[in-house]
Ligand binder design. Sequence first.
Ligand SMILES: O=P(O)(O)OC[C@@H](O)[C@@H](O)c1c[nH]c2ccccc12
Length: 239
Amino acid sequence: MASAFVDALLAAPIPVVAEIKARASDGTDLLRGRSVAEIAAAYRAVGAPCLSVVTGSWFGGSNAMLEEAVRHAGIPVLKKDFITREVQIRQAAGMGAAAVLLTARLLPRSALCHLADAAQRHGLTPFIEASSEKELDGLRLDPGCVVAVNNKDIARRERDAGDIGHSLSLLPLAKRTGTRCPVSASGIGTTEDAARLIGAGYRGLLIGTGLLLSGDIAGWFSRLAERTADRRAMAGEAA
Ligand SMILES: O=P(O)(O)OC[C@@H](O)[C@@H](O)c1c[nH]c2ccccc12
């Protein structure tokens, strides 16, 4: 099924879903006096193809933050919350979201597939987040679904540092779901890690804390652009 969210990521030179989140899991303030509109505009200006807004209250989020981002972004926005019922999908569509988070850890397989179908019926891209082999094994999805491998442990409320090795080892299983767009999410701080994940075959990276605390979003994006161009050049030479 068609997905503007997936198409935007696949077409982007720097395929980052840039996240707006009020607080880190340890309570650290991530907005630092900036408005959602300001951050959305900064992300868009550096070429982020899509945004994510954490609306869940664990991270100090709200639906008002999503609506503010949608008004100012002009690019597809993912609503990050713990969705368990179809009515929440309908509400997300009403708020102008382009994609919704579905967390494999929290949903029985049948409910996960049912909610993914429901999202697509409402014109939204299912952004299915998984964190283990068990959650991915045997999962078959429409190619228009995003499959995100979480580098942090959601059961620990994302309090661990995150390990990109997790994404690297689960990529083959993520691809086997049939998605056109495997994404690595959480705990990506350095442009070196980001370039490594893209080089390994990830078509998108979801990054919140690393960007929000970087102090220089434009610098971060241009360093990643340089690193991925170097990798492409090296791959070209090797071919
Ligand atoms: O800030 P980070 O480490 O870059 O992570 C972003 C995102 O993956 C994280 O916010 C997240 C992953 N799963 C979630 C579920 C709900 C809310 C938030 C999340």
